[in-house]
Ligand binder design. Sequence first.
Ligand SMILES: Nc1ncnc2c1ncn2[C@@H]1O[C@H](COP(=O)(O)OP(=O)(O)O)[C@@H](O)[C@H]1O
Ligand SMILES: [Mg+2]
Length: 355
Amino acid sequence: MTKRVAIICGGRSSEHEISCISAGGVLAAIDRSKFEPILIGISKSGKWFLLDEKTPLSINDGVLPTIAETGTSVTLDAAGFHSEGKNLNIDIVFPLLHGPYGEDGTIQGLLEMADISYVGSGVLASAVAMDKSFAKPIFAAHGIKVAAGFVVRASEWAKDKASIQKQADLLGYPVFVKPARGGSSRGTTKVKSAAEFVAAIEEAHRFDPKAMVEQEIRGKEIECAVLEIDGVAKASLVGQIKIDPKYDFYNFEAKYLDSATTIELPASIDQKISDQIRAKAVEAFISLGCSGLARVDFFLTDNNEVIINELNTMPGFTATSVFPKMWAATGVGYTDVITHLLNAALTRNNGVLGN
Ligand SMILES: Nc1ncnc2c1ncn2[C@@H]1O[C@H](COP(=O)(O)OP(=O)(O)O)[C@@H](O)[C@H]1O
Ligand SMILES: [Mg+2]
């Protein structure tokens, strides 16, 4: 019997469009001999709709896809998914949502209450990974190095800009200023001098009342994909993000709107270092209590120091996204990655008493 899989995309976060593209990828690749996909879109204002599979979910003439507020509505509550008075009888949910209201434990909590299996990390791991200011001290406690930095809440900023600016001066420029719960580099600025600091904090606060200031780490950006295969967290080959030097850092444009960014797979780094990064990626995954999948992003400095940048519990998931590409290079194709994730979901070790 095929399992009915709800693929949920869109959502209220700034990564709405990227989520739609990921869903398009999964719909095209899911093994239909095992799974029957049902597409559910969440509009930017948070309304849920049952969508036709043919809903356009790719970039068209440079225009990113979004979920329109038309069509049959869907509800999810403790009694499960319903549409037009009927239970949709969903066996597994693939919450392909990035950022707040999706990747952060909120939908995971709703699914726990409804007692429905879902792909990926559970409530706590999702919530902790989403907020970089909480994830970083946990990584550090597990012996995984992080960049020096501090948090700037909008309320503190309103009270005392001068002393916060002084703290940034002490870190030394450049610093990176970013939303604590951001993604896709939105609201992130490389601040090259004290004069640019105020504008950068205000920009980060447009996305999140909690901003982070971090010392710049100079080095390669190395990513590793962790996938739970038959109950064991495995690390992929590591890849190096190669950004066109016209970009200051791996910003939104470099990530999505330009073909100038590539990933070198495997990264041409020393085997020993790459093994070390793979081991740290699995450690990071376990340290936050993750399940299913995560993309773990590191910096590798010129003197071979490995510093973790962040862990994404629902990374970009189109066929050409980094996560599936890293697994393809490791010998597990996109369709099989999806099958592993849906099988892992059925074990429910992401549940409230799981990992
Ligand atoms: N401390 C830092 N040092 C150097 N570069 C950084 C630092 N923090 C962020 N960046 C740059 O900004 C990008 C986005 O920051 P990141 O923390 O990964 O947020 P996001 O969740 O938006 O991807 C990184 O890929 C990197 O290019
Ligand atoms: Mg990142």
